[in-house]
Write a protein that binds this ligand. Structure first.
Ligand code: ADP
Ligand code: ZN
Length: 221
């Protein structure tokens, strides 16, 4: 199964993928995570792209596309499928993803548009906490860890992302509306768009996707 997760920052793409990747047996490919790894590792790419991320802008298309292509090429034959989270984010990236998949004899099953309202996503972002060690996601009030500041899964320390502050969030929302929202039409035109309401809690959103998946399976059998 190849699914593209679409939605504003804070819509819950990473949370949904984290909750379902094992159950569905898919690779969870998050460009945000890949980018943060490069920055944390102080690699040449990391140093080059740090400023874009910290200002809330987008990393250049070629850089992210190369990252994605690398991941797809090394896993295309294992039959597991993917959940793309945070990619594509521009029309050019959407076209590139189609090309990369076609080259590897793969195709997107559907794009899941997680529609969430602004007054829901803003507090989700400012309250978000992330595990330093394993990347698990938490929220101060919506999804707190059992022990404050400590990851339930691995005992790592939780931190707040540098770009989860109000000023940078505003910029990310503008970038989303201008560059990312238009690609919803790309998938609509391909007849591959499914939309869910992502204002509810993580469990509700998860069961919405499971419902869509069982409908997709039923149609096929
Ligand atoms: P969120 O979905 O909460 O905005 P992400 O972790 O997906 O967070 O992304 C964080 C930042 O990483 C983005 O603001 C952007 O700077 C960069 N980034 C992530 N994915 C892409 C992409 N596909 N293209 C360009 N930049 C990206
Ligand atoms: Zn952890």
């Amino acid at each position: 199964m190849i699914i593209v997760l679409l939605g504003a920052p804070g819509a819950g793409k990473g949370t949904l993928a984290g909750a379902l990747k094992d159950q569905l047996g898919v690779h969870h490919i998050s460009t945000g995570d890949l980018i943060r790894l490069e920055i944390k590792g102080g690699t040449a790419i990391g140093l080059e792209i740090k400023r874009y991320v910290e200002s809330g802008g987008l990393v250049p298309d070629e850089v992210v596309t190369r990252m994605i292509e690398g991941k797809v090429v090394t896993t295309a034959n294992d039959g597991k499928g993917y959940m793309f989270d945070g990619f594509p984010r521009t029309s050019a990236q959407a076209l590139d993803l189609d090309k990369i998949l076609t080259k590897n004899k793969l195709a997107i099953d559907f794009a899941l548009y997680m529609e969430a309202s602004l007054d829901v996503v803003l507090p989700r972002l400012t309250g978000r906490r992330v595990c330093k060690k394993c990347g698990a996601l938490y929220h101060l009030t919506n999804m707190p860890s059992k022990k404050a500041g400590i990851c339930d899964a691995c005992g790592g320390d939780l931190y707040q992302r540098a770009d989860d502050n109000e000023e940078t969030i505003k910029k990310r929302m503008t970038v989303y509306n201008e560059s990312t929202k238009p690609i919803i039409d790309h998938y609509k035109a391909q007849g591959k768009l499914k939309t869910i309401n992502a204002d509810g809690g993580a469990d509700k959103v998860k069961s919405e996707l499971l419902k869509i998946l069982s409908e997709v399976h039923e149609k096929r059998s």
